[in-house]
Structure formats: structure tokens, C-alpha cells
Ligand binder design. Sequence first.
Ligand code: NDP
Length: 296
Amino acid sequence: MTAEIIDGKAFAAGLRARVGQAAGLFQSVANRAAGLAVVLVGEDPASAVYVRSKGKATLEAGMASFEHRLPAGTPQEELVALVHRLNADPAVDGILVQLPLPPHIDENAIIAAIDPDKDVDGFHPINAGRLATGLPGFVPCTPLGCLMLLKDRLGDLSGLDAVVIGRSNIVGKPMAQLLIRESCTVTVAHSRTRDLPALVRRADIVVAAVGRPEMVKGDWIKPGATVIDVGINRVPAAEPGKTRLVGDVDFAGASQLAGAITPVPGGVGPMTIAVLLRNALVAAHRHAGVELTERL
Ligand code: NDP
């Protein structure tokens, strides 16, 4: 079997177009644009690229983008004060503080300072609790994007065996919660898991969020399974001095057995920003008391 390639780039483009349409409707009803604030502390080059592309995508979707760049040495109290100002600003519907933060800042304290109803990243413990208890809230963008790709391919996920590899608060745990909500039978694997290949071999759905290049081997995949590769790993390319991106799954090997698989790049990666815009627009509708008619 040769797997169908799940085109996350195309799916994300469609979602962004729908968000753009709904953002236009929102503006005409609410008499203001939906607004997303992004805060970057320090000069980490990868974070700067993410923040730039988030700002650009926000504007492209017809939403207002508020960028705050603070020096690496910014004291924690100053960052908390900025978050509080954004919490109180009626033009700001969503707040994202780009992680990682410099080591002198307690990330948990910053996440906790964000108004849970503006926490479009879904990292606030209140939103994690809402997800775990089935209440409406904000779900972290990457796992929600993975779920959208899964449902687009498989429809009803009820009763399927799913293995999530990784248990981070950002990807693994919320992914597992989402799959439980969809009535999958979910196993969460991590660095202490015994016999990971045997678990993966049983799974109809494999979500790999580990951060180890091509760790999941092709022959672990159950024939016909759907494989979602969240990993983004930079490795040396064949050409000296060059690098390339690979996922956590051996794509070439897994493609021989899987029913469908996300590539890296072009799979899960583009979904994250698209879902962020979606979450920000949902927040705007809630704040303005406007009904969201578009299915996002
Ligand atoms: P973390 O480092 O926070 O978590 C990695 C998880 O993998 C941990 O739970 C760890 O287990 C587990 N793990 C490590 N080694 C093994 C192993 N040998 N076997 C099984 N499990 C193992 O990473 P993130 O969740 O933040 O990110 C995971 C990957 O996803 C990264 O490559 C990251 O770049 C990518 N990513 C991509 C995004 C996107 O596409 N937009 C967004 C976010 C992340 P333990 O808990 O026991 O240490």
C-alpha cells in the first residue's frame, strides 16, 4: 500500500480563507476588526520568524495584529503588566505570548496571567481543565489542527485505537484529550514507555510529537493506519553544509504501510497558525456577543 499524503498546507489554506471570510462578516456586524496580540520577549531567531508569520497571517485574514517586542532582559513584572493591559484592552480578543521565554521568566506565571477567555493558545490551566472536563474553551492550536486533519480524512473516529507519542502540555496531552472526546481508545506513550513498537503496531491512529528525527520506524505502522507527524527536526542534508526538515516518523518507510500520512514539511506545521487565527476569531465572537455562523 502507498499512503495517501495528507496535505496540511492545502487544508490550512482553506481554513484561513474561511476565517478571512468570517472575519469580514464579524467586522461588519461588530464595527471593529477581531484583534490578536502577539508578545515576543528577546531575539530568539526561530521565535522572531514565528511571530512575524503570525502577524502577517493575522493581517491577511482581515484581523488586527498587535505586536509587542520586548528586550530579552525584560523583568517578569513588566511582562505581567503588559499581559494585564492586553487583558483589559477591548480591541484585543486573543493574546499569545511566544514561548520559550528567557530563563529568568516563569512561563507558568505568564500563562496564568492571561485572561483564559483571551488565551487563544489554550495553554492556561483553566482551558486545560475545560478541555479535560468537556467544557467549551480554547484548545492548543497544534493538536486541534491534527484533529481537524484526522476528522477530514476519517470522519467519525469513534472506537478507533489511537497512540499519542509525547505527553507535553502543548501537544501530547491536549491531543490525547481531544481523541478521548472523539471516543477513541487512547494510549499516551512517552520516554518511559516499554515496547513502543508494539503499541504503535496496534494503532489505527498514530500521532507522533516527540522531537526525535524519524524515531517511529516504518515497520511499526499497522497497515492502513493514519499517521500524523507533529515533529519538526532539522538534520544535515546530503549536500554538505545544508540542512533539511524531517518529522518524528520515518516517512519513506511508514508511507509503505500507512493508509494516510502527513509529510514534514507541509503537514501539521501549516495548521498551527491557521488554527490560531480560528481561535482568535472565535474569541472575538464571544467577546462581542456575535454568533459565529461559519463552521470553522
Ligand atoms: P516536548 O519536548 O515538550 O515533549 C516531547 C515528548 O516526547 C515528551 O513527552 C517525551 O517524554 C517524549 N519522548 C522523548 N523521547 C521519547 C522516546 N524515545 N520515546 C517515546 N517518547 C519520547 O516536545 P513538544 O511536545 O513541544 O514537541 C514535539 C515535537 O513537535 C517537536 O519536534 C516540536 O518541534 C514539534 N512541534 C511542532 C509544532 C507544529 O507543527 N506547529 C508545534 C509544537 C511542536 P517524557 O515526557 O517522558 O520526557
